[in-house]
Design a protein around this ligand. Sequence first.
Ligand SMILES: Cc1ncc(COP(=O)(O)O)c(C=O)c1O
Length: 416
Amino acid sequence: MDIFAPCFAYHEPALVKAAGIYPYFHTLSASEGPVVTIEGRRVVMLGSNNYLSLTHHPDVLRAAHEAIDRYGTSCTGSRFLNGNLDLHETLETELAEFTGKEAALIFSSGFLANLGAVGLLGTGSDVTLFSADENHASLIDGARMARCRRARIYHDIDDLARQLAHQPAWPNALVVTDGVFSMTGRVANLKAIVDLKKQYGFRLYLDDAHGFGVLGPNGRGTAASQGVSQDIDVAFGTFSKAFASVGGFLAGEAPVIDYMRHKVRTLIFSAALPPSCAAAALAALRLMKRDGALFDELRSKVEFFRQGVNAIGYHTLNSTTPIVPLFVGSETMAFKMCREALEMGIFTTPAIYPAVPMGHALIRTSVMRGHTHDHLQTALDVLAELKKRYPVPDVDPDTLPVAAEMDFAQYLQSQP
Ligand SMILES: Cc1ncc(COP(=O)(O)O)c(C=O)c1O
């Protein structure tokens, strides 16, 4: 059989497009941050990770322009051999200070950082890697690359405690978790994980893509917000969210970072972070450090929106972060609602299996600092209208069973 046969037999996207509810790869022709242009219309962007709205901040724009003037558009090679800039090193020094760690290491994407670092640190036939079930794909793939024993942590700290209790100490274990889970906005109980770490002696790797720049004093992250930064062995962050750029970083003890600087293949064999991206991330970082009001503004917008959504009657999975998930259940319903929201001027994204359990589809909304109250009120009006049109279950999703299959197949078959 032709190994490309699955490609030629893959028709789902075409069917979903024909049904008029395809929600992916929307073409944006302009962006002002909180408002974007799609299909020739300006719509409120309620599906981005631009939490602090720094993508259009004058300091960040200026820094990116100046970096292009000074270094050009690309490093055209890996940092290891020929693309290491003073700008990269300055960013690393300031990130180490920001995270309270001895050293930091930047990558050209967060996915590459997680893939390479978890793949390297977790490797060993005597290593056990405990990974939270809601973890980001880059951690899951890193764990797959690490040829080790893998164990899944189901949803809460009790499950980790139960699994660890099988032996008295775990010096060969790495626990890997997101700080803020990216679909549900749920915050990991790092304090409890650190208590277990003290008892069992494992190493702790934290992906705080959605926590850095959002939670903790001046955005110092989920661990800082729970007072446990010093107990995180490796902290990961991305520049593709609050840092208004692209790229990723790791922070930890100097020998650990130095080891990774020379061993992680996704760093050594991949081109360096472009100068404009490094400069934008550095400018964003400096803004975070000096302007605490950014976080107050974000918090007040999030509070306004969350209260509005709860008042309409959506279940928001008790999220306390700018990620406000709306539980819908049916995948088809989530797609239809996102399509109709877009027609009414609001950009949202559906989250379906495997990002969430089957039959537990969400509409993922996220608030940014630059949203005005008018933007958010418009979004609430649209969501209230959708709640009238669709039978959205107002129950705790944890009480609902996981479905055996997605409900698309039936829906698509019913289409003319
Ligand atoms: C939790 C989490 N980790 C890692 C990543 C990967 O980051 P990047 O966009 O820098 O590749 C993301 C981005 O989607 C994420 O949400």
